[in-house]
Design a protein around this ligand. Sequence first.
Ligand SMILES: [Zn+2]
Length: 372
Amino acid sequence: MRQTLKSWLVLGCLLVLAPLARPAATTYADADFAQVRKFDAHVHANVEDDVFLKVARQDGFEILSINVDYPDFPPLNVQARIAHALQAADPERFHFATTFSMKGFGDAGWTARTNRRIDAEIRNGAVAVKVWKNIGMVEKNRAGQLIMLDDPGFDGVMAHLEARRVPLIAHQGEPKNCWLPLEAMTTENDRSYFRDHPEYHMYLHPEQPRYETLMAVRDRFVAHHPALIFVGAHMASLEWSVDTLAVFLDTYPNAVVDLAARMTQVQYQSNADYEKVRQFFIRYQDRILYGTDLTEEPPTAIERAQNPPMQSGEFQREADSFWRSDWTYLATSGVQHVDAIKADSLGLALPKSVIDKIYYSNAKRIFKRIQP
Ligand SMILES: [Zn+2]
């Protein structure tokens, strides 16, 4: 009898310990952050110094710096020069995506010129090409109409990317909040950005394309290029609904998305329905790339005048705390306050195997070194 009781006690202990032990084995902790291999698939390194690479090294990240034809960034040739220098400094850790100018789009030589530029940058090490929201929202043709991404004028370049297996990273449209009045927006970061930049706040510009129009154009484009490796930047601008994003991913098997600058939108949704958001990440674990949009910018005149210059330490702190906060949210069950949604957010505690894909192996699969 005593023996039996002992056996029952042992069995009881095992039963109690088993569920306690399991989460520790299948999920990461905050303390694992720096050791686990990670890849930030959406950053902008616009300064030729060691600051970005230093914090990436310290925190265990490879980075993909995306060149963009964005007026607030350095000119394209300067962005390219910086990318080449950083890649030469640390080719294992630093990767970059090139882009092209829309100048002369529609002219006879534009396609050949653009393909030549892309090929030259591939020879320099580029692993992808970026298109930005200027296509669809800013650039106009000779007739004064906005040039949309499904314009046949892009076909020659896209066919070239398909043939060479070069991924296209596309930032199309804006967060859906951009088309809503300030008081209806779901996150503070969107609200303050569009309050400060009324020129980009589409709710105030009904003459501009609607959100739904831009999404439909993008969908037509992806459908038209089924062999193109398509990376929808910023959750393909479907950040407001994991259900809608799931339909997009189901419809277009050649598409993946990055999470850059949209984590607060995910946290807003997981606060409303935690299990749904968690299951989304598990179901689409092969289709999601971790990314932040962290941008190291050249110092302003005021910052340059400081002695010592103030910027580098600040950027390192910003990058480190951004990366750690996202890790707590995706990899652990930690609770943290998120100012942008004025709420606490419970971490998704995704399984290690899912974290390893979203944080590393998906990006390594998509952004392979292309044969020059
Ligand atoms: Zn970006």
